[in-house]
Ligand binder design. Structure first.
Ligand code: FE
Length: 284
């Protein structure tokens, strides 16, 4: 059993996207284009509606999955295939864009604030043109595992001590956990060897490793820690902490990214743009 530690710690970059949503981006930046198969990692969070209310008006996606997880506030989703719904506090939407959707994602003016994450996971060549699919999971359907010492884990995807996550049948065989850990507690999670492992600290501070003497330096929030390979990760809360733990199977395929499309070749990107112009991008 080899323990995973971190090989790099990424400081999220302040940026804006959509029609002017301010966010913190850790993947899909000039310094970190992607971490196979993760192609974007955004945290949004503000109590100022001007930072988010313009939202993400109609835009296309092809060749990826987009995963939206709301901590606070809500986002209404509507797409060109007639799907519509609200991703509320604690809910997850795992959208497999596949061959293509056009959608809008519009935050609501909440009573307090808007907080959440959006992550993109690349699709393998054989699934790039799969029909679009949604897994919308309401907060109450996301299993929660209590940890000794008062911590808890929301299991969005993957498996924690025999509790299976709410999102299933995803090619990347992902783990997506939201962990609350009181100061001084340790959370241990197996991660398949060879899978890309990420830890995003969004509250408090953590250290990785077993006994105190072997722990690396403390990682503050907000930070994205890129994990080394191994079989298991042990996360120690240096202060009361909240973090996402993510892993997924890398594709090891060539890729070309153009905005909201990730394909294998330039020709496939050109084809997506041609279809958008011709109005044939969406296939009923
Ligand atoms: Fe989108």
């Amino acid at each position: 059993m080899q323990e995973r530690t971190w090989k790099a710690v990424v400081v999220p970059e302040a940026t804006s996207d959509g029609a002017g949503v301010r966010l913190r981006r850790s993947i899909a930046t000039r310094s970190l284009d992607q971490l196979d198969p993760f192609f974007l990692f955004d945290q949004f969070g503000s109590e100022n509606p001007d930072d988010y209310i313009a939202g993400f008006p109609m835009h296309p996606h092809r060749g990826i999955e987009t995963i939206t997880y709301m901590l606070d506030g809500s986002v209404t989703h509507r797409d060109s295939l007639g799907n519509a719904g609200t991703i509320g506090t604690g809910d997850v939407q795992w959208m497999t864009a596949g061959r293509g959707i056009l959608h809008e994602e519009m935050p609501h003016l909440g009573p307090k604030r808007l907080d959440g994450f959006q992550i993109w996971v690349n699709l393998p060549r054989k699934l790039k043109m799969t029909p679009p699919r949604y897994q919308d999971v309401a907060a109450a359907r996301i299993p929660e595992v209590a940890l000794p010492g008062g911590g808890k884990v929301r299991v969005i995807a993957g498996d924690v001590k025999g509790t299976a996550g709410a999102v299933r049948e995803i090619h990347a065989d992902p783990t997506y956990l939201d962990v609350v850990l009181p100061a001084g507690e340790t959370f241990e999670q197996p991660i398949p060897r060879g899978h890309t492992g990420l830890l995003y600290v969004y509250q408090g501070e953590v250290a990785l490793g077993g006994a105190a003497a072997n722990r690396g330096q403390v990682i503050p929030s907000p930070r994205l820690a890129i994990l080394t390979d191994g079989d298991v990760v042990r996360v120690h809360a240096a202060s009361p902490a909240r973090f996402l733990l993510l892993s997924a199977q890398p594709l090891h395929e060539p890729y070309v990214r153009w905005g909201p499309f990730v394909m294998n070749t330039r020709e496939e990107i050109a084809q997506a743009l041609d279809e958008l112009r011709a109005g044939t991008f969406i296939r009923p």
